[in-house]
Design a protein around this ligand. Sequence first.
Ligand code: ADP
Length: 160
Amino acid sequence: MNRTAIYPGSFDPLTNGHMDIIERGSHLFDRLIVAVGINTEKPGYFSVEERLEDLRVCCAKMPNVEVASFEGLLVEYARSRNSRILLRGLRAISDYDYEFRIALANRRLAAEVETVFLIAREEYSFLASSVVREVAKFGGDYAQFVPENVAKRIENRLKS
Ligand code: ADP
């Protein structure tokens, strides 16, 4: 059996917490598609193209990881990629309520698709893209939370 999983998210920006889930996911499945969800109503901190570029650089050493973007319903995207597995990360209890609702809704929409969760590593359990954006905005050391190429992109953004 060829198991393809999809790890969807905003990745705005990509953090070390996301990378941890991607690395661990890459060992669990034959193929992992990291999929940036396109939200046409929210422009985002970085553009989808910028986020894809950072993900591609960071995932280059993982041959079974593909980077892509999708628009519309996630389960439809999963079907179009012949995947029945959605991968998500769980940090604190606060993630649970949201993830639970989304997973149940997705199951209603596509019963054959399973959502699986990886528990965040302790050192990343507080880490969210929104935390990185806030720390950067107020002049804190954001570089410790993100891959090097993402830190560079944030630095350039702050300069401009
Ligand atoms: P979304 O907007 O879909 O929540 P995110 O980019 O914020 O997109 O997160 C994508 C997934 O990665 C979610 O399942 C989220 O819980 C998980 N995630 C985010 N940060 C971390 C982290 N530090 N450790 C583990 N999982 C994380």
